[in-house]
Ligand binder design. Sequence first.
Ligand code: HPA
Length: 271
Amino acid sequence: MVIQKLTETVNFIKTKTKIKPKIGIILGSGLGHFVQHMQIETTLAFHEIPHFIPPTVEGHSGNLIFGSIGDRDIVVLQGRLHYYEGHSMETVVFPARTMALLGIEILIVTNSAGGYGDGMKPGDFMLIEDHINLMGTNPLMGPNIKELGPRFPDMTEAYDKELIIIAERILRSQKTFFHKGIYVGVTGPTYETPSEIRMFKNFGGKAVGMSTIPEVIAANHLGIRVAAVSCITNLAAGISQNKLTHAEVTETAKNVEQKFCDFLKEFTVKV
Ligand code: HPA
């Protein structure tokens, strides 16, 4: 039973931290260094936490970290679980649901994504305004867990408009170039074919990635306000002249780390 597992996990975590976070942050591939900018109170490795499963992907450490930025108490998921690792959707969203039951009201999701919007370059940011779920499944499949939310959650404003406005203001003031657009979520683990990317572009998308959508759906189910930002780590297949590699993804993420952390720090204290 998911709810029983979540209760056990949350009860365990509450014995380890005094922080009562209102903001949760999920750090994507290569973006885990953000935690160096926070005042850390407690770090829990995934393997220490009941019902948490350690991630298998390079660039994802697998820690749940409690602390603060300025006067804001936060919880940070450093490393996440992906559907392509073979986990069930229930497992993929378990950490996000845990953060929700710990009391967060806002979830900030970050990811690495391939870009195909006009004018995109590796290293650009994109504020996600909406998504298209092409993962072929949904984390809310199965009996509805009514303690978490309704059977048929509304997704009209899956990405909170007010949070997007605040994010835009901060990025502009920091002179960080950014896009806004639709994120298309796929399972991976292959990168896309050029034809798939052309289709996503015709759908109105600008970025593609293998994460985020499950957690965003789970958070919306729970009534949590979501903001999400992609780091465009590479141009998508067929747009890029090069073959795609995970090394390029992590390398670009590393290059923009400072800008990314500056944004996330200010965003955390202003939301
Ligand atoms: N496609 C899918 N996921 C990704 C990409 C990509 O090009 N880059 C980073 N994550």
